[in-house]
Each structure stands twice: as structure tokens, then as C-alpha cells.
Design a protein. Structure first.
Length: 318
């Protein structure tokens, strides 16, 4: 896990009173982590320019953890992540419809992380449309909308014979379909936004295929880094949990190129069910005991499982 996730989710919740690290003798996170490494409580690994970027090991038998191990486990299980679809209004819409720039930029968004980013929730995006409809008196009834010239150009510019009126819900759908996609990775409880981005949310791909010329399976995993998971530490954990072998590939031959700094993991066997259960933090999804007590909590929509030709689908555990 990333060092910031470790501190935010496993250290701060265990403090008897709220603590700001700036008010401690360490002042910053890295000196604190370095002290814990020297104390043999944790093991760190560098990530890019950060020497303490990843926590790759926790000494759970350390005397400093006695008496709080159970609580830490409960906190880990309670922390969940979810992906929220966000919307960015195209720049030419702002000029065409004379929209309020501050609203379009999400200046007054409830979450500080989104303020000024232009990344809107569906309610905020349709709220901006509602303001336009009311200002231009386009509401024929509370549920029916009359389209004017600018709105028709925005939504149906290249459509022959565009509609003159539409149900209000239909124009909401058309409006959102014209937005540029964005996303937020939200940690629950607390509604903390861990990551914001434009485009579609990143996917962790789990792909199972038959090994060439053999009757054995291979499970490949890529995209873990997008969710702050150290792939090397994850490989080590998976091989231990499921008693399998695995390798790290920086440039997998014959496959799509990886993002810069990313790697692909290759495990022996069909581990699609087990890895999905482990990454979601839901042991009920797998019959294998190795999926128990997971510290991961990725959103379901973040995981894409692909079974290649001749790979049977395992029956889900009831």
C-alpha cells in the first residue's frame, strides 16, 4: 500500500486524540516512516523519487502493535473504496449557452478536492442545465422542455430534424451524454477523495489464458499501481496466500504496452476468482481460504476479469 494510505487509514484512526503530524517531532510523513523502519515496525520501498513511497511489510508481532491488532483489522475491513462518475462541461458549451463559469468549474463543490477542477457530479451538471432552462423560460411544463437554438446546437448539431420539445428526463440524459468523462475514487466512510482524474476510471485487468502448448492456465494482472498497490509486494502476498508461483514483467512480450513505470504480474494457474475476492476484500467470492483477511477494498467497477479462449468459468460461491 502507499505510505499515505498507510498513515491515513491505519495510523491516524488508532490515535486516542486527533494528531497533526506537523505538530509532532517528525514534522513530515517521511521522517516518521523512517523512524518506524529503524524501529523494525514497517518495511518501505522507494517509488519514483519518494524513498518511502510504498509500505511493503508490517511487523504484526511488534510490541508496539500489541493490544491494537484486532482494532486495526476492523478499521481495514470498514474502509471501502467506490468509483464515482463525474462530468466536465465542454468549453464550447460555456460560450454557446453563456453558462456561469464558476458553476462550470465547480468552484463551490462540497468536496474541497473538486473545487475549481471542473469535475461535476451528475446533480451539479444537470443543475447547471436547469439554470439555463429557467433563465430562458424553456420549461413548457415541469416535465417538458422547449429547445431553443443554442441548446439544439449543443445537443443535436449534426442530427437531421432535431426534436423541438423533449421530456425533461430525456434532455438530462442527452446533456450528460455530451459531457467529457471524469471520475473520483472515494474512500468510505468519510467521503475522502483519494484520486481525481479525467477520462474513464482506470481498470485493474485480470486475464486468464491457457499456457501455450500446455493444459495449464496463466493469470496476468496489470493496473495495480493506479490504486496505490505495490505490484511486487502484491505478488509476494499472492504467492504466499495461494501457494503459487509468479513473476514480474516490465515488458510483456506480445501484449499491449504498459503505462510508464507500470508492470504486469504473471501467476501460475487460474486465479481470477481468488484475485478478485482478494482485491475487493470479499472472501465470500472465493472458496479458497487464502482470500481471507484481505486489506484491499477496490471498487467492483475497477476490476475487469477476462477469460480467454478455452478457459472455463468457475461457478461463483453461494
Amino acid at each position: 500500500m502507499t505510505s499515505t494510505h498507510f498513515y491515513a487509514q491505519l495510523v491516524k484512526p488508532r490515535c486516542a486524540t486527533p494528531v497533526d503530524i506537523k505538530q509532532t517531532t517528525w514534522k513530515k510523513l517521511n521522517p516518521y516512516l523512517k523512524a518506524q523502519v529503524e524501529n523494525e515496525l514497517i518495511e518501505c520501498k522507494a517509488h519514483n523519487t519518494d524513498p518511502m513511497g510504498y509500505i511493503v511489510g508490517i511487523n504484526r508481532q511488534h510490541i508496539d502493535l500489541h493490544g491494537i491488532k484486532k482494532d486495526a483489522k476492523e478499521v481495514s475491513q470498514e474502509t471501502k473504496q467506490t468509483l464515482v462518475n463525474l462530468y466536465v462541461i465542454p468549453h464550447h458549451f460555456v460560450n454557446l449557452l453563456r453558462l456561469n463559469v464558476d458553476n462550470v468549474k465547480a468552484v463551490n463543490a462540497k468536496s474541497p478536492e473538486r473545487q475549481g477542477t471542473g469535475m461535476l457530479t451528475s446533480a451539479e451538471a444537470t443543475g447547471i442545465l436547469d439554470e439555463y432552462l429557467k433563465a430562458n423560460e424553456l420549461l413548457v411544463t415541469p416535465t417538458k422542455v422547449q429547445l431553443d437554438g443554442p441548446l439544439t446546437d449543443a445537443l443535436y448539431k449534426k442530427v437531421p430534424n432535431p426534436p423541438e420539445t423533449l421530456p425533461r428526463n430525456d434532455i438530462y440524459k442527452s446533456w450528460l451524454s455530451k459531457m467529457e468523462p471524469a471520475f473520483a475514487l472515494v474512500e468510505m466512510p468519510g467521503n475522502h477523495i483519494a484520486k481525481l482524474g479525467r477520462g474513464k476510471p482506470p481498470q485493474v485487468l485480470i486475464e486468464v489464458s491457457l499456457r501455450q502448448g500446455r493444459k495449464k492456465y496463466s493469470t496476468k494482472v496489470r493496473g495495480l499501481e493506479d490504486y496505490g498497490i505495490d505490484p511486487v509486494a502484491f505478488l509476494r502476498e499472492v504467492t504466499k496466500r495461494f501457494a503459487c508461483s509468479g513473476i514480474v514483467e516490465a515488458e510483456p512480450e506480445g501484449r499491449a504496452a504498459l503505462k510508464k513505470g507500470f508492470v504486469e504480474l504473471d501467476f501460475q494457474g487460474n486465479l481470477a476468482e481468488e484475485l478478485r475476492a482478494l482485491l475487493l476484500g470479499d472472501e465470500k467470492l472465493s472458496s479458497h481460504g487464502g482470500a481471507k483477511d484481505s486489506e484491499y477494498s477496490l471498487p467492483k467497477s475497477a476490476i475487469d476479469v477476462v477469460l480467454k479462449k478455452n478457459v472455463p468459468t468457475k461457478k461463483p460461491r453461494k
